[in-house]
Ligand binder design. Structure first.
Ligand SMILES: CC(C)(COP(=O)(O)OP(=O)(O)OC[C@H]1O[C@@H](n2cnc3c(N)ncnc32)[C@H](O)[C@@H]1OP(=O)(O)O)[C@@H](O)C(=O)NCCC(=O)NCCS
Length: 257
C-alpha cells in the first residue's frame, strides 16, 4: 500500500483509468503478465491505474495473483513461487545455450535425434528475439536462469521455437508457467493461436502440451511454413515421423485497443 489518502485519490483520478468493468474483463491476462514479470503495467496502463485507485478490484487482483503464483493445494512440494519469470537479457545468451544443451540430454538414447548433428537454436536469431522481447527466462529468486522459452511469429501465429528447463529444476511447474507466459503474451497481442512442433509421444513433449490445451494438427492442416520447418528438422537429424505440429486456440477475451 502507498500512503495516499482516499481524498487524494479521488482528487487525482487518473484519466487512463479504464473502470471496474474493463479491468475485471482483462484481469486474468493482466495477472498472468504480472506473474511473468512481463511489463503488465506498461502494456495496460489503464488497468494499472484502475487497480491503484479501486480497493475492491485491487483485492481481486491480489487474490488471483496469489492463486497463480502460489503452489496449488494439491502440489504442496512444488516451489514455483520461488522462481520468477522475466524477459531474457542480451548478456544471458550463453547461459541460454547451456540450458538448451543440458535440457537436450533428456533425449539421449531415445533414438529420436541424430546426436552427431548440432540442433541448437541459432544464436543470431536468439539475439534478435531477445531484442524484441520474445524470450522469457525463469530464475530462482536472485539466481541465474534455469529455464527459457523462445517465441517467434510465423504466418500470423505465435510459434514456440524452443522451451527448455534444466532437468535439476524440472517437474515443478516451470515449463507450465513459461508456456502460460507465452500464451498470455500472444493473447494480449491479439494473435489467434500458438503453435509448435514437438515429439508426439515423449512424455514431456506431446502429452505435456496436450495437458495444456494444445491439439495435434493433421498434415492436411499444415501451412507452407510448417512443411518448411519439417524439411529443416529432417536436415537437422530429427526423426520427423515421430513429430507433430500442435496448436492452441486463444479463446479468451481480446484486449480493447
Ligand atoms: C519440456 C520441459 C521444458 C518441461 O519443463 P518442466 O519445468 O519440467 O515442466 P512442468 O513441470 O510444468 O511439467 C512437466 C510435465 O512433463 C511431463 N514429464 C516431464 N518429465 C517427465 C518424465 N521424465 N517422465 C514423464 N513425464 C514427464 C509430465 O507431464 C510433467 O508434469 P508432472 O510433473 O505434473 O507429471 C522440460 O521437460 C524440458 O526442458 N525438456 C527438454 C526439452 C524439450 O523437450 N522441450 C520442449 C520441446 S517442444
Amino acid at each position: 500500500m502507498n500512503g495516499r489518502s482516499a481524498l487524494d485519490r479521488f482528487l487525482q483520478t487518473d484519466p487512463r483509468d479504464v473502470g471496474c468493468d474493463e479491468a475485471m474483463q482483462m484481469l486474468h491476462i493482466y495477472v498472468e503478465l504480472v506473474a511473468a514479470d512481463a511489463g503488465a503495467a506498461q502494456r495496460y496502463p489503464g488497468i494499472a491505474a484502475h487497480l491503484y485507485a479501486c480497493g475492491p478490484c485491487s483485492d481481486d487482483f491480489h487474490g488471483l495473483l496469489a492463486a497463480v503464483t502460489g503452489p496449488g493445494p494439491d502440489t504442496p512440494d512444488r516451489q514455483t513461487a520461488d522462481y520468477r519469470i522475466r524477459p531474457a537479457r542480451p548478456d544471458e545468451i550463453q547461459r541460454l545455450r547451456e540450458i538448451e544443451d543440458e535440457a537436450g540430454t533428456m533425449f539421449a538414447g531415445l533414438g529420436l535425434i541424430d546426436e552427431t548433428l548440432d540442433v541448437s537454436f541459432p544464436l543470431d536469431d536468439l539475439a534478435r528475439l531477445i531484442g524484441i522481447g520474445q524470450v522469457w527466462v525463469t530464475c530462482p529468486d536472485d539466481g541465474a536462469p534455469v529455464g527459457m522459452v523462445i517465441a517467434s511469429v510465423r504466418e500470423g501465429a505465435v510459434y514456440i521455437e524452443e522451451m527448455d528447463v534444466l532437468p535439476a529444476h524440472g517437474r515443478r511447474g516451470l515449463g507450465a508457467r513459461l508456456l502460460g507466459t507465452v500464451c498470455a503474451w500472444a493473447e494480449a497481442q491479439e494473435y489467434p493461436t500458438v503453435t509448435l512442433s514437438t515429439f508426439r509421444d515423449v512424455p514431456w513433449n506431446g502429452p505435456f502440451y496436450r495437458k495444456h490445451g494444445f491439439t495435434e494438427l493433421h498434415p492436411a492442416q499444415w501451412t507452407p511454413g510448417m512443411r518448411a520447418i519439417r524439411k529443416k528438422e529432417a536436415q537437422h537429424g530429427l526423426r520427423v515421423e515421430a513429430r507433430v505440429f500442435m496448436r492452441r486456440e486463444l479463446t479468451g477475451v481480446r484486449p480493447q485497443r
